[in-house]
Design a protein around this ligand. Structure first.
Ligand code: GUN
Ligand code: ZN
Length: 436
């Protein structure tokens, strides 16, 4: 059998490391080629260095060829309540989120939402994500089946909660963790799929459920763990009252055995220095959700503090609390957040976080998040001149960094010119052709 080969040509932009830590992190090739064989990248070179190619070449000159975006934290049952107005976190959960998630008791609704959700991610250049399902196990079956059909790399888990939620969304004393075990056996490590044990947050799980979730992580190697932490001040105060024996919010998860490599904590706005240091020591990560933080008025996450403590950070939409699945929108909000805090935040920082930063947070940095030989060929092609104003702005930019910055500030889904999942173009992915 001949190997399926294709070449993707354009202006290559990719990070080999965090640009805040390394001055050589950026790989920028103004006219480059990504050579793909059987879904994997085999070479990334300037076009003039590659000999005549004996395979189809997708010519994206004039566009940026980047690793597909990775959303480090979002909720697929919330896709239908995105942009629900005017509440703080806890009010928003009661008023909008729980009713939307309750609708997922119908597997047909979950199935339809899963397909729409993944197609919408791809349309926005997002090729991978860490996704929360509803409390229903079948929501994760629906999502993983849809991801498998599209050949996507995905992390997901059913939400665990056994208190402070409507009765129809409440796990039984052991039934939630038992349902996870079944899902893990069925899906974890199957192709590009990974399971994340997903206690919603400390307020909605009893200490018993949190501890059972911690023991589950010991049972199966390579699982991820995702939850929320220190998102709103009211939430932090409630956790303090509910767990008087814990040193702080992070300690609740630590005592339950949830804190370890592969733990991805959403938000983390109000974490103390001790908590950040402990999180870094444990090898956990924060999913920075700037759109959601602004939307719910939760506060401003300090990337600089997280960076100083050595914690891994990925970028996330937190849809449906975040109003957009488009990573360019999240990057722009991240920039505004930094401005409010008086911190610097470059376009390089933003694109790193949305690609390799998120990949590292999800412990997927060995296969996605960067364009390099041996990596999976998940790729987004961005048109930096997608609108007349963007085109005009590009022509006066004095250097590459300024062009990238203008793309981040002015771009949205109109800039997503093409997406490849393991080298397969989006339209073919949508029609179910996951192999070239
Ligand atoms: N905290 C607990 N659950 C949620 C959720 O669904 N969204 C957000 N933003 N925060 C949460
Ligand atoms: Zn969330």
């Amino acid at each position: 059998m001949t190997a399926s080969r294709r070449a993707i040509r354009g202006e290559i932009v990719s990070f080999l490391d965090d640009p805040r830590r390394s001055s050589t992190a950026l790989r920028h090739i103004p006219d480059g080629i990504v050579l793909v064989e059987n879904g994997r990248i085999v070479a990334v070179e300037p076009a003039n260095l590659l000999p005549a190619l004996d395979c189809p070449v997708a010519d994206h000159r004039g566009c940026l060829v980047m690793p597909g975006f990775i959303d480090a934290h979002l909720h697929f049952p919330q896709i239908d309540i995105v942009a629900a107005p005017g509440e703080d976190l806890l009010g928003w959960l009661d008023r909008y989120t729980f009713p939307a998630e309750a609708a997922f008791s119908d597997p047909a609704i979950a199935n339809r939402a899963a397909s729409f959700f993944l197609d919408e991610l791809l349309r926005n250049g997002v090729t991978c994500g860490a996704v929360y399902g509803s409390v229903h196990a079948h929501s994760i079956d629906a999502l993983f089946e849809a991801a498998e059909m599209r050949g996507m790399c995905l992390v997901a888990g059913k939400v665990l909660m056994d208190r402070m939620c409507p009765p129809e969304l409440c796990d039984g004393p052991d039934s939630g963790v038992q349902a996870c075990r079944t899902l893990i056996r069925r899906w974890h490590g199957k192709g590009r799929l990974r399971y994340a044990v997903t206690p919603r947050f400390a307020l909605s799980s009893t200490p018993g459920q949190l501890a059972r979730a911690g023991r589950l992580l010991d049972e199966f190697p390579g699982l991820l763990m995702q939850t929320h932490i220190s998102e709103s001040r009211r939430e932090v105060a409630s956790v303090r009252a509910l767990f008087p024996a814990a040193r702080d919010y992070l300690d609740v998860y630590d005592q339950a055995g949830l804190l370890r490599e592969g733990a991805v904590l959403g938000h983390g706005i109000w974490l103390t220095e001790r908590e950040l240091a402990r999180l870094a020591e444990a090898g956990g990560a924060i999913a920075f959700c700037p759109g959601s933080n602004a939307f719910l008025g939760s506060g401003s996450f300090s990337c600089a503090s997280a960076h100083a403590s050595g914690v891994l950070v990925g970028l996330a939409s937190d849809v449906g609390a975040g109003p957009s699945v488009c990573p360019l929108d999240s990057m722009r909000e991240a920039y505004f957040t930094a401005r409010r805090l008086g911190e610097r935040f470059s376009a390089f920082d933003a694109f790193y976080l949305a690609t390799l930063g998120s990949a590292r947070a999800l412990r997927l940095g060995g296969s996605v998040g960067t364009l390099d030989a041996g990596m999976d060929a998940d790729i987004v092609v961005l048109d930096p001149a997608a609108t007349p104003l963007m085109a005009r702005r590009q022509t006066v930019a004095k250097d590459f960094e300024e062009r990238l910055f203008a793309l981040m500030m002015l771009g949205d889904d109109r800039s997503v010119a093409e997406v490849y999942v393991r080298g397969v173009p989006r339209q073919q992915v949508l029609s179910g052709r996951t192999v070239n």
